[in-house]
Ligand binder design. Structure first.
Ligand code: HEM
Length: 132
């Protein structure tokens, strides 16, 4: 399940909350709202990845789901150049960790884990684990 687990973790946790800066060259209508020309736009891809009209029960982590089409690596002309490498690294790292420590488990109550206070980078402040 490693390939689908990596996709789901990318969708669910969104290592980057949003894309880099965008500016409108002309008025753009999205969802009934018109953004005027020459406005700064922040595309919050983590919100799109939790869109219930695209992913059922979006706030549940389900490593068996088909998370294809998520926006964790962006979209279009600036799509992440490193996406294939990042996917491979995820599969190799999680695969090696689980093979070496099959009983890996959380060493703190899930409710005590805290996300780092950052608008762009989305990650935990710490992730205590029990190896055996
Ligand atoms: C989990 C790991 C990674 C995530 C979540 C990620 C995410 C992203 C996202 C969302 C963008 C698009 C930004 C935008 O549209 O404004 C991007 C662009 C980019 N990423 Fe990644 N990235 C990852 C790993 C990597 C790695 C490993 C490399 C290089 C080895 C890399 C190189 C790049 C480059 C060069 C761009 C700019 C592409 C362009 O502007 O045309 N990324 N990345």
């Amino acid at each position: 399940m490693l390939p689908s687990a990596v996709e789901e973790l990318l969708r669910y946790a969104n290592p980057l909350n949003h894309a880099t800066d965008r500016y409108t060259l002309e008025p753009v209508e999205i969802g009934g709202v018109t953004i005027p020309a020459r406005e700064w736009v922040l595309c919050v891809t983590s919100s799109a990845n939790h869109d219930p009209s695209r992913f059922g029960s979006p706030d549940a982590l389900d490593v068996g789901r088909d998370a294809g089409g998520h926006l964790a690596f962006g979209h279009g002309i600036h799509y992440c150049l490193g996406a294939p490498l990042a996917r491979l690294e995820g599969e190799v790292a999680f695969g090696a960790l689980l093979a070496r420590f099959p009983n890996l488990s959380l060493a703190a109550p899930a409710a005590t884990l805290r996300w780092r206070p950052s608008s762009l980078i989305h990650g935990l402040e710490s992730l205590p684990v029990r190896l055996c």
